[in-house]
Design a protein around this ligand. Sequence first.
Ligand code: IPM
Ligand code: MN
Length: 335
Amino acid sequence: NGNYTVTLIEGDGIGVEISQSVKDIFAAAKAPIDFEPVDVTPLLIDGKTTLPQEAVDSVNRNLVALKGPLATPVGKGHTSMNLTLRRTFNLFANVRPCKSVVGYDTPYKNVDTVLIRENTEGEYSGIEHTIVPGVVQSIKLITQPASERVIRYAFEYAKSINKPHVRVVHKASIMKLSDGLFVSTAREVAKEYPDVKLDFELLDNTCLRLTADPDDYKNVVMVMPNLYGDILSDLSSGLIGGLGLTPSGNMGNKVSIFEAVHGSAPDIAGKGLANPTALLLSSCMMLRHMSLNTEADKIEKAVLDTIASGPENRTKDLYGSSSTQHFTEQIISRL
Ligand code: IPM
Ligand code: MN
């Protein structure tokens, strides 16, 4: 039928409801996408969390996936499925834009930031030991190749969105070797991009300045090690109304997985209260990645217009009274 096939990982908890919303809206918008749902319930093989092979095959075949929230299993031997996915497909750059929704007021006006998070190492390397009871060591692993590829991605991304300014967020004043390597790698990569401005900022100062004056971050692309990006992206989301509103893309050389950053919200799952916006905006990022800009613009505008239209059309997390389904119908009526 000429459509593209995309792997759909609906996710846990509210994942089913927000995925349904995406499917309904894509169908109504006549977006040329066929979703291929896969199950990623983790298998524990030889004490290691393993993805079902069918899911891996589907993503490798389609090269693009859309993913809802996956609960992180508690207990020994299980690692987060979110991380397993990033690792399995070598999704080294996590792009996290954060833009105020016009018509949904927060104390911050016109926030428009983007950060790129190193997505494969740092404190997320999963290397931890108990040395003796009461003394543990968690390794923060930083390598030159992983730093270089994410920094180069940030430079290319900055050029592509016409914001020729990269800001490296770090704490090399304390993490002299690890963040020092990230910083020196950035200086090296920057030599290949004479038209892109490069500057550096200490993470704590970024938190302070981003909340004091987000306008200063409008025309820069921030890039940083893994954990800093995890934290700073939640902070950025908080400026515009929370994780229910921010998309993200996990980018590799071959495969990309677009995902909502929020959790599976088991407390409201199945109640028709979930906000599908983050997954919807992630799906728009996905469409743009596939060069389906017309469809992306159309869906994104309908989503944002619906949120702007008033509390009766907003979900509870946005202090509204709308159900997931009513919100979805309102978006469809604006397509
Ligand atoms: C995120 C999430 C994940 C992370 C969790 C769910 C493992 O918080 O995507 O930001 O820490 O990276
Ligand atoms: Mn996070």
